[in-house]
Design a protein around this ligand. Structure first.
Ligand code: CP
Ligand code: NVA
Length: 305
């Protein structure tokens, strides 16, 4: 595995499986109160330019459980929020910290932190990518289904950071990936370019076709963070791009339903389907903790900074 986690495109299948295996082990150890202070004395800085519940709390708790500590750094309070360049912030923070998790808008900012800093950088969500979420999603799918072999994953909704990361992650581990997005809201070109090489990838605006015989159905909000001004327009565009009973009726009888959260009931998913699949959805949220701890151990444990 590389020194950073910037996007799913950077991981190969072996990296993903190694992270998932370690995540399973850490989850087991956590369940049985087996101490695993593998990051004793290490500090993770967490830069947030957008809101967060799961990412912030799971990273902070994860670092604590691993024997290290995490610093919450709101961009409103950092000089970066007043225009200090990323390349300077990266070089300064590299002198204090052992790793940085950043949630921001542009993927370039995350890539620049990695370029100019000298410590591991973890993408905690950009407009392009959400690799930590997708590692937790893959962990959850494997937990429920036993393996990825022969599975069909279906994503319905906006071709956003989640779609981009799920397509790459799903295809890399060997699942078929079927994606339903409206015209004009497709996944990123870079992702479609990657997916072109797979004959088990489908992009369509036909929701039922995408969901047919799916083992896993996933969705995400119609308007992501930073798109609040487009929310009304998007409600029109995405009408029907919803996981509901009709969609479920064409998927496999034992299909999982997943959502990265936060969810908007009656928009991308009905309240009924959400509650019927709450177990999977909240296991998925829990697995953020375990999957990220695995990433932290892989990147920080033996890193000399
Ligand atoms: N799914 C996710 O990343 O949640 P938060 O925005 O609460 O961190
Ligand atoms: N696509 C959503 C994911 C939130 C976890 C967003 O970027 O707001």
């Amino acid at each position: 595995m590389k020194n950073h986690l910037l996007k799913m495109l950077d991981l190969d299948k072996e990296d993903i499986i190694e992270i998932l295996n370690l995540a399973d082990q850490l989850k087991y150890e956590n369940l049985y109160d087996i101490e695993h202070k593998r990051l004793k004395g290490k500090t993770l800085g967490m830069i947030f330019q957008k809101s967060s519940t799961r990412t912030r709390v799971s990273f902070e708790t994860g670092m604590y459980q691993l024997g290290g500590q995490a610093l919450f750094l709101s961009s409103n309070d950092l000089q970066i929020g007043r225009g200090e360049p990323v390349e300077d912030t990266a070089r300064v923070l590299s002198r204090y910290l052992d790793g940085i998790m950043i949630r921001t808008f542009e993927q370039k900012e995350v890539e620049d932190l990695a370029k100019y800093g000298s410590i591991p950088i973890i993408n905690g969500l950009t407009d392009f990518s959400h690799p930590c979420q997708v590692l937790a999603d893959l962990m959850t799918i494997r937990e429920y289904k036993g393996s990825f072999d022969g599975l069909k994953m279906c994503y319905i909704g906006d071709g956003n950071n989640m779609a981009n990361s799920l397509i790459v992650g799903g295809l890399k581990v060997g699942m078929a990936a079927s994606v339903a997005c409206p015209e004009g809201y497709h996944p990123a070109d870079e992702v479609l370019e990657f997916a072109k090489g797979f004959d088990n990838f489908t992009l369509t605006d036909d929701i039922m076709l995408a969901a047919k015989d799916a083992d896993v159905l996933l969705t995400d909000v119609w308007a992501s963070m930073g798109q609040e001004g487009e929310a009304q327009k998007r409600k029109e565009v995405f009408k029907g791009y919803q996981i509901n009973d009709d969609v479920l009726s064409v998927a496999k009888a034992d299909a999982m339903v997943m959502h990265c959260l936060p969810a908007h009931r009656e928009e991308e998913i009905t309240a009924k389907v959400f509650e019927a699949h709450a177990k999977e959805i909240f296991d998925e949220a829990e697995n953020r903790l375990h999957a990220q701890k695995a990433v932290l151990v892989k990147l920080l444990e033996n890193d000399k900074g």
